[in-house]
Design a binder for this molecule. Structure first.
Ligand code: FPP
Length: 255
């Protein structure tokens, strides 16, 4: 598929977003954190529809990390409630927009009614052929890599492969993201310069965009600004600019 573009600019094919700052946004307004999450869910919906409208191939949203389970019980319950409701309310819209929904993470930890809504949404959108939308839920990059290493170890122990067959590709194939390309662009809102255990393996060559804007204020114009920055980045993947311009990336040489 040809890469999508807007205003003549090259768009990333896979965008992944760390939606941060809901709590601070609400607290700055003298409101409780739930207010920020509510507004955050609205911005998530808007972002999903904008990305699908622009013709992006993949959008991944970090909606709940493994570490988020450590938050106060009331906040975790609210986030789970919001997630279940979002799944129920948005299911039909996703189908209408031809968006295929899936998840990465340890979803077995989700409350049963929430998991049911998630599964219903995956089933309802399974035949959609437009943008792939992935929610990272109860997700941790280190856990994902450890699980992949364990799967490889089991294959070696069972004689299905040898230790020499363990390559980057072999490990990638055991990740929950094995069916999707690595993110071209990772956006983080609220000004924190860290990945917070998000797609650690997959982020090797992702362009990073950090904005001070809190997630509840990350309106469409902010998203387009991130895409404009991406369009100006030069992605060399370890090669030189001259090589990329000439389209002649040499085989690896050992001096
Ligand atoms: C970060 O804000 C956000 C989260 C913990 C989860 C993201 C959740 C949403 C955007 C709302 C639910 C989304 C959907 C799609 C239903 P924070 O609480 O870490 O903010 P802080 O860093 O200011 O405390």
């Amino acid at each position: 598929m040809a890469p999508a573009s807007f205003g003549g600019s090259r768009l990333p094919s896979h965008v992944a977003i760390i939606m941060d700052g809901n709590g601070r946004w609400a607290e700055m307004r003298g409101r409780d954190r739930a207010f920020g999450h509510l507004r955050g869910a609205r911005i998530a919906k808007q972002t999903i529809e904008t990305c699908a409208g622009l013709g992006l191939d993949q959008l991944t949203l970090y909606a709940f990390s493994t570490e988020n389970w450590k938050r106060p019980r009331a906040e975790v319950s609210f986030l789970m409630l919001l997630l279940g409701r979002h799944m129920r309310k948005e299911r039909l819209n996703l189908v209408r927009n031809n968006i295929r929904f899936s998840v990465i993470g340890d979803v077995s930890r989700l409350p049963a009614p929430v998991l049911e809504e998630v599964e219903k949404t995956m089933a309802a959108t399974s035949a959609c052929t437009g943008m792939s939308l992935t929610f990272a839920l109860s997700y941790g990059g280190r856990q994902e890599i450890a699980n992949a290493a364990k799967a490889l170890a089991l294959d070696v122990a069972a004689g299905r492969m040898s230790a020499d067959d363990i390559t980057e590709e072999a490990l990638s194939s055991k990740l929950q993201t094995s069916h999707m390309p690595d993110p071209d662009l990772i956006i983080r809102t609220s000004g924190e310069f860290r990945l917070s255990n998000f797609m650690l393996w997959q982020a090797a060559y992702s362009e990073l965009y950090v904005t001070e804007t809190m997630w509840p204020d990350f309106e469409k114009a902010e998203l387009l600004k991130a895409f404009e920055h991406f369009a100006k980045r030069e992605r060399r993947f370890g090669c030189t600019k001259a090589q990329l311009e000439a389209g002649t990336t040499a085989d690896e040489v050992t001096p």
